[in-house]
Design a protein around this ligand. Structure first.
Ligand SMILES: [Zn+2]
Length: 291
C-alpha cells in the first residue's frame, strides 16, 4: 500500500516537472507573449503599426505603462489585440496628443478594454463626434483628466517624462500636440505628435538640450514638420515614422526622408517595418521589427 502511495507521488512530481518545463518553453516563443513581457526587465517602446495613425506604448522595467495616442477607429481592433497579446491590462497614463481621428480614433475602445488610470490631453477642443465620444467615455468611466503644458514633468515608474509643448493654447490642432521627452537612465526618446516647424522652433528655443537616442518623427513624415534645426537639436540615432502604406497624403515626404538621411539617423517606418520595438537596459538598446 505504502509502495503504491510512493509511486503515485512520484508520478505527480514527474507530471509537475513536465508542466513547469512546458510553461517555461512556451514563455520563450517570441517577444509578444505575456510571459515574455512579465519576464522583461528592460525599458521598452512599441511603435505599434496602426496604419495611417499614431500609437506608441512605453513600458518601464517596473511595468508602468504609457500609451501615446490610439490610431484610428478602424485600426482599434489591431491595437487592442496587440496590447492584450503582450499582456497589457492596465494603462497607467494614456496620452492623447491632439484630437484628430488618427490619434484619438481608438481611444473609446482602449478605455473600454483596459483599466486607464489617467488621461493627459492637449486641451485643444474639437467639434468632431469622435472627440465628443472620447470625452463622454472618460466621463462615464470617471477617469482623471489632466491638460498638460510645457514644463510639466512626472515619473512613469523608473522613467521620467518631461512635457515640451504646448506652452500656450494654439489655434491649430496639430500644433497643439503634446510633445514629450521620456528618459530612462541614458536612453531617451522624443515624441512629437503632429507638431509643425513653428512649434519645433519654439521647443528648441525653450529646450536647447533635447538630444535623444530616439525620435518619433512628427506628423507622419510630413514636410510641414521635421525642420533641419529641430532634427539637429535632437540628433536621434533612431527615427520612427508612423505611416500607413499608400496613404493619400504622400507621407512620408521625400525631402524629409533625405533630411533624416543627412543627420545619419536610422529610419524605421511602420508601413515597411511593421511594429517597431526598442528595448533598452538604460545604456544599450536593441531594435526589433515585426516585418
Ligand atoms: Zn496624425
Amino acid at each position: 500500500m505504502r509502495w503504491i502511495v510512493k509511486k503515485f507521488l512520484s508520478y505527480i512530481i514527474v507530471l509537475f516537472v513536465v508542466i513547469v518545463a512546458l510553461l517555461t518553453l512556451q514563455s520563450e516563443d517570441g517577444n509578444f507573449s505575456f510571459d515574455s513581457l512579465i519576464g522583461s526587465d528592460e525599458f521598452e517602446i512599441h511603435f505599434i503599426d496602426v496604419g495611417q495613425g499614431d500609437s506608441t506604448l512605453v513600458i518601464t522595467p517596473d511595468k508602468k505603462t504609457m500609451l501615446i495616442d490610439s490610431g484610428t477607429k478602424d485600426s482599434s481592433k489591431v491595437l487592442i489585440d496587440y496590447l492584450k497579446n503582450i499582456g497589457i491590462d492596465t494603462i497607467d497614463v494614456f496620452v492623447l496628443t491632439h484630437p484628430h481621428s488618427d490619434h484619438i480614433g481608438g481611444a473609446v475602445d482602449v478605455i473600454e478594454n483596459f483599466e486607464v488610470k489617467q488621461i493627459l490631453d492637449s486641451g485643444f477642443v474639437h467639434t468632431s463626434l469622435t472627440y465628443e465620444k472620447y470625452l463622454d467615455k472618460i466621463d462615464e468611466k470617471n477617469i482623471p483628466f489632466t491638460v498638460v503644458k510645457s514644463g510639466d514633468e512626472f515619473s512613469l515608474g523608473d522613467a521620467l517624462v518631461l512635457i515640451l509643448s504646448p506652452d500656450k493654447p494654439m489655434e491649430d490642432a496639430n500644433n497643439s500636440s503634446i510633445v514629450m521627452r521620456v528618459e530612462f537612465q541614458d536612453f531617451s526618446c522624443v515624441f512629437t505628435g503632429d507638431v509643425e516647424a513653428q512649434v519645433e522652433e519654439e521647443i528648441i528655443k525653450s529646450y536647447p538640450n533635447i538630444q535623444s537616442v530616439c525620435l518619433k518623427v512628427a506628423h507622419h513624415g510630413s514636410d510641414t514638420s521635421s525642420s533641419k534645426a529641430f532634427l539637429e537639436a535632437v540628433t536621434p540615432e533612431i527615427s520612427v515614422i508612423h505611416v500607413g502604406k499608400d496613404n493619400p497624403y504622400g507621407h512620408p515626404n521625400k525631402d524629409i526622408l533625405k533630411r533624416l538621411t543627412n543627420i545619419n539617423t536610422k529610419v524605421y517606418r511602420t508601413d515597411l517595418d511593421g511594429t517597431v520595438i526598442i528595448k533598452s537596459d538604460g545604456s544599450d538598446y536593441s531594435v526589433e521589427t515585426t516585418k
